[in-house]
Design a protein around this ligand. Structure first.
Ligand code: GDP
Length: 444
């Protein structure tokens, strides 16, 4: 899970002070000492840590805390607000062109996730904002990069502008914008070349593209897992190219969080998006406050709700409700439901967004449950259509066949069938109760 190590340590450091009815300077000192160590261990920039701890300390022994009725809680609030500020305060949105297309230039080192993020960003713009982006392959040094973008374009059914490896990247970018205007693409996302290390030739080329097409945004893509290296890369790119925003990739694998907490303070450029996995829908707009809450174990209910809304189709939800009411809910519907939940993201990530859930025993090892879901899916998929619709026809030989087909054993098949039947009973009871209350004119 993102920031797991940092979250654990920070939560431990604030735990003691949390419930205190009286907070002394010594308490604050001890807490900030632990917070300092937690941040340093998370590979947060040394100077950033120093400033951060100083601000927390000043505020924590100040009036806003000491005169409060719940000083312990108030200190945590200070930590949360300062963490939020450290990551940029308010969410920073994409700067849009007055007249379309909005041009976004993607820059970054090879392997940071630039091409993947180009596809993810296009997907996000279409899905969330109804836009029609044009993707531009301007990395002419690696044929593989062009192919990769074309493959992404195919997967997304989106146009990709490419002129192979012979053309000049500046010309490519200019022509692409022209084409976008003609074809009414409202966004142009340019995937530029990357290198393993920052070099002069690369910077020259990027500067040329930038000064010619004058993009609305220059997004620097950096790999969060590289910690302070990511921060150094960001500093260099920013000095040479004056980037307008940062996309932090691979946050899903970043247990420490050093880059996320340092980049804004060091470069003064906001983090606009975060990559949370390899799939095309695993890009999240970066909300500093929500991220601070996640780190401090306060959950992130807003993101959870947004994910659910994006995945659940309203018509399907209504149909499902009806099925629950008349008890015609089948194993197929169950499978579909599970699919929707899983589309929202890995379970451990979702659990991290529920306030306090990380404190509940067993939930930390949600990986196990993920496996169980795989088993349940395999079992249902090994059933015939008829069996899924009417599990009452299930006899010993059918169960044996299903167990064999799914690679599970018969007792697991039995357990699933029992759970499903209990679930249906419960649905019946619930809808009956609702009906009764409705008749009485109670609630609706
Ligand atoms: P580029 O060289 O900068 O264009 O990098 P690519 O887009 O080819 O990405 C490099 C690798 O990082 C690929 O294997 C991607 O699937 C992977 N990747 C990119 N973004 C993420 C992310 O947010 N999370 C994870 N886990 N992997 C990512």
């Amino acid at each position: 899970m993102a920031f797991e190590g940092l979250a654990d340590r920070l939560q431990n450091s604030i735990q003691k002070i949390k419930g205190k009815g009286k907070v002394t300077e010594a308490d604050v000192k001890e807490m900030t000492r632990e917070v300092r160590l937690a941040l340093l261990e998370a590979d947060v920039n040394f100077k950033v840590v120093k400033d951060f701890v100083k601000r927390v300390k000043e505020r924590a022994v100040g009036q806003e805390v000491m005169q409060s009725l719940t000083p312990g809680q108030q200190v945590i609030k200070v930590v949360k607000e300062e963490l939020t500020d450290l990551m940029g305060g308010e969410q920073s949105k994409i700067a849009v062109a007055n007249r379309p297309p909005t041009v976004i230039m993607m820059v970054g080192l090879q392997g940071a996730g630039k091409t993947t993020t180009t596809g993810k960003l296009a997907n996000h713009l279409r899905k969330e904002h109804n836009k029609s982006p044009l993707l531009v392959a301007a990395d002419v040094y690696r044929p593989a990069a062009i192919n990769q973008l074309e493959t992404l374009g195919n997967q997304l059914s989106m146009p990709v502008f490419s002129k192979g490896t012979e053309a000049n990247p500046v010309d490519i970018a200019q022509e692409a914008i022209q084409q976008a205007k003609e074809n009414h693409n409202d966004y142009v996302i340019i995937d530029t070349a990357g290198r393993l290390h920052v070099d002069e030739h690369l910077m020259d080329e990027l500067q040329q593209i930038r000064s010619t097409v004058n993009p609305n945004e220059t997004f620097l893509v950096v790999d969060a897992m590289t910690g302070q290296d990511a921060v150094n890369v960001a500093e260099t790119f920013n000095e040479q190219l004056d980037v307008t925003g940062v996309v932090l990739t691979k946050l899903d694998g970043d247990t420490r969080g050093g880059a996320a907490l340092s980049i804004k303070a060091v470069t003064e450029k906001p983090i606009k998006f975060a990559g949370m996995g390899e799939k095309l829908d695993q890009l999240e707009p970066f909300h500093p406050e929500r991220m601070a809450q996640r780190i401090l174990g306060m959950g992130d209910v807003l993101t959870l709700i947004e994910k659910a809304q994006a995945e659940v189709d309203e018509d399907q939800a209504k149909e499902l409700e009806q099925k629950m009411k008349d008890a015609s809910f089948t194993l197929d519907d169950f499978l579909e439901q599970m699919g929707q939940v899983r589309n929202m993201g890995p379970l451990d990530e979702l659990i991290g967004m529920i306030p306090g859930a990380d404190k509940m025993k067993g939930l930390k090892n949600a990986q196990i449950d993920e496996n169980q879901l795989n088993h349940i899916e395999a079992i249902i998929q090994s059933m015939t259509k008829k069996e899924r619709e009417d599990p009452s026809i299930m006899n010993a030989s059918r169960k044996k066949r299903i167990a064999k087909g799914s690679g599970r054993n018969v007792s697991e098949v039995n357990r699933l069938l029992k759970q499903f039947s209990d679930m249906k009973k419960m649905m019946k009871q619930m809808t009956n109760q609702k009906g009764k209350k409705g008749k009485k004119g109670g609630f609706n």
